[in-house]
Design a protein around this ligand. Structure first.
Ligand code: PEP
Length: 260
């Protein structure tokens, strides 16, 4: 299976930005800028903060906007005494289709381990949603030549023991940590090589199913660099932070295909 068979995805990770009122405006503006051909070519996902999920969901539903709803995090238990947490069932009931798991900010700032990421991945699948599993190396690891070990290790830890039909529902996002919010981007060739490595590692676990799994690149994706990244055969889309906050910029990123 080649890139041609994997529909590109652009997922906006809004992080801790946009109140629910701002989020409604952003998603509406984004929808005014996108046309049917954009949705035909690219799967568009927005991942608002928990507080904005319901408002964005009703906006998408009532205006019949074909943008998929994503969440930025989840707890792995279906319910219980976990103050401040949100369960997979709660998200699924809001028509959330994708959940980011293992973002480097969760791993670095909130102590999420590979083990926890693996549990969350399974919980997301168990609730009928699709995980976007983030992997990536720090600057120090890159300097030490440990990118491949780190990324393949994280992929193995997340997917170990997963059945092929479950893996087929997942998305992987390669996000070099040194490129997040820094304005530094991996070269298109490096992004391609590491996205390819993530896929090759997945292939060791689930075989040819891995060829249908989308592997996104994330790290200072902008309207000006997305076309070059998407020209690479192993890069199936972008996980976009800062540039997804602005509907004009995010629309231009989605519309990279128009310049082909
Ligand atoms: C991210 O943190 O997931 C991300 C891709 O951020 P940015 O695009 O701002 O580098």
């Amino acid at each position: 299976m080649s890139r041609v068979d994997r529909k590109p995805m652009m997922a906006g990770n809004w992080k801790m930005h946009h109140t629910h009122l701002e989020a409604i405006q952003v998603v509406q503006k984004l929808s005014y800028r996108l046309q049917g051909e954009d949705y035909d070519q690219v799967e568009v996902v927005v991942c608002p903060a928990f507080t904005a999920l319901r408002s964005v969901q009703t906006t998408l539903d009532s205006d019949r906007i074909p943008i998929a709803l994503g969440a930025q995090n989840v707890h792995f238990e279906p319910k219980g005494a976990f103050t401040g947490e949100v369960s997979p069932t709660m998200l699924a009931k809001l028509n959330v289709q994708y959940v980011i798991v293992g973002h480097s900010e969760r791993r670095e700032l909130f102590g999420e381990t590979d083990d926890l990421v693996a549990k969350k991945l399974r919980a997301v699948l168990g609730a009928g949603m699709r995980p976007i599993v983030c992997v990536g190396e720090t600057d120090d690891e890159r300097e030490a030549g440990e990118t491949e070990t780190k990324v393949s290790g994280q992929v193995r830890a997340a997917f170990h023991g997963l059945k092929g039909d479950d893996a087929a529902k997942c998305v992987v996002a390669y996000e070099p940590i040194w490129a997040l919010g820094t304005g530094k981007t991996a070269t298109a060739a490096d992004a391609n090589a590491t996205c390819g490595l993530a896929r090759a590692t997945l292939r060791e676990i689930v075989g040819s199913v891995a060829d249908g799994v989308r592997v996104l690149y994330g790290g200072s994706v902008k309207p000006g660099n997305i076309a070059e990244l998407m020209a690479e055969p192993e890069v199936d889309g972008g996980l976009v932070g800062g540039a997804s906050l602005d509907p004009d910029d995010f629309a231009r990123i989605v519309q990279y295909h128009r310049s082909r």
